[in-house]
Design a protein around this ligand. Structure first.
Ligand code: MG
Length: 377
């Protein structure tokens, strides 16, 4: 039986069990046996993501996002991954490609050894989360393709439970906010407003002059006085805002906990956390966490963060960067496990390379093709 046929047969017998007991060779360097098996080959190339509109949040404006596209080829299949680097996290095309140049996947004989491979990738440096996420996403895509199954199915998620995604409107003049709201109000069920400068009230009133859709807001650490922030949150709640993301600078954790205790709506950590190891440090300070693959090193760690958050009674939001449908679709495969999804990064760009997740009537629709289910455009 050919390898691909064998693997597909294994899926029918239980894909998750097959993954859990793959009999991986022990660690880097151990998988050097001969026998004609293919080896994983990693490729990467810079890609500048073009934004459809200038994007402004409380701390910056920009028109492009640097990005690196990644492929892992094995046994005739190609897994796609992506590193997207918004400026506030400090990563660059140079730092990502320098990291990827150190990654040697050819030492691993079996791409199903996700634990070993991704632990090795993580061990190569302390940071470099977007570069690690790119490898993680490509490897998951590859494994899904080898098994002939979409990722959500391997993880046991019902795609019908994928949530609505919010669509983000950046900070702008009243005219532009009104125009953008008119453009998107009929297509989405939730709008996300960036606030945190001195025109929050105008932004919200402008949106409310156009639509009654539920809103979520992201202050991107922009509020500095906790009492004023709480007063604004109560007003926002009265205006139909259902959730507030990162109200104050993340180092002001005692003030954020004070707000969370009194807030009528959930307070979600974004800049305040990156990885699983950050979560014990925010216990009690927020109602939930915004998990982004580019912050947390990818799908493997994101799944663990979801489990941790649930154990702590926290809400789960899945976010993204401005990126192609590759990374956004990867996060979307986890979305049936989330309370809030903000997976619109691919919708905010003008040069997407893939067709992947779609949004129908505001709801995330997952492709049912193997792996991420991407079609290269
Ligand atoms: Mg945010």
């Amino acid at each position: 039986m050919r390898r691909r046929e064998f693997i597909r047969t294994a899926v029918a017998a239980g894909a998750v069990a097959a993954l859990a007991s793959c009999g991986c060779p022990a660690g880097p360097g151990a998988a050097t046996r001969k026998g004609g098996r293919d080896r994983m080959r990693l490729r990467y190339s810079p890609y500048e993501v073009q934004l459809a509109h200038t994007f402004t949040v409380a701390s910056y404006s920009r028109n492009v996002t640097p990005d690196v596209q990644v492929e892992i080829e094995y046994d005739g299949y190609v897994g796609y991954g992506e590193a997207s680097m918004p400026p506030y996290l400090g990563h660059t095309v140079e730092s990502v490609t320098a990291f990827l140049s150190k990654v040697n996947l050819e030492q691993f004989a079996d791409p199903f050894c996700l634990e070993d491979i991704l632990s090795y990738v993580d061990s190569l440096s302390e940071g470099d989360a977007p570069a690690k996420a790119a490898v993680d996403i490509a490897l998951h895509d590859l494994v899904g393709k080898l098994l002939g199954q979409p990722l959500y199915r391997l993880w046991g998620y019902d795609p019908a439970k994928a949530p609505a995604t919010s669509f983000t409107i950046g900070i702008d003049t009243a005219d532009v906010v009104r125009r953008k709201t008119l453009e998107c109000a009929g297509k989405y069920k939730v709008l996300k407003l960036k606030v945190g400068l001195d025109n929050d009230e105008e932004m919200v009133n402008t949106v409310r002059s156009v639509t009654d859709l539920p809103l979520v807001v992201d202050a991107n650490q922009g509020w500095t006085d906790r009492q004023k922030a709480l007063d604004e949150i109560f007003w926002l709640s009265s205006m139909g805002v259902r959730m507030v993301e990162q109200p104050m600078p993340c180092e002001r954790i005692d003030d954020i906990a004070w707000i969370t205790e009194r807030s009528p709506v959930p307070i979600i950590a974004d800049e305040g956390i990156q990885r699983l190891r950050d979560l014990p440090g925010i216990r009690g300070a927020y109602s939930g966490i915004n998990i982004k693959l580019m912050k947390c090193t990818g799908l493997r760690e994101a799944g663990r963060m979801i489990s941790y958050a649930r154990a702590e009674g926290m809400k789960v939001m899945l976010g993204c960067m401005t990126e192609t449908s590759c990374a956004t679709t990867a996060a979307a495969h986890l979305s049936p496990a989330a309370d809030f999804a903000d997976l619109d990064g691919n919708l905010l760009i003008s040069n997407d390379r893939f067709e992947g997740m779609t949004v129908e009537g505001g709801i995330i629709r997952l492709p049912d093709r193997p792996g991420l289910g991407l079609i290269k455009l």
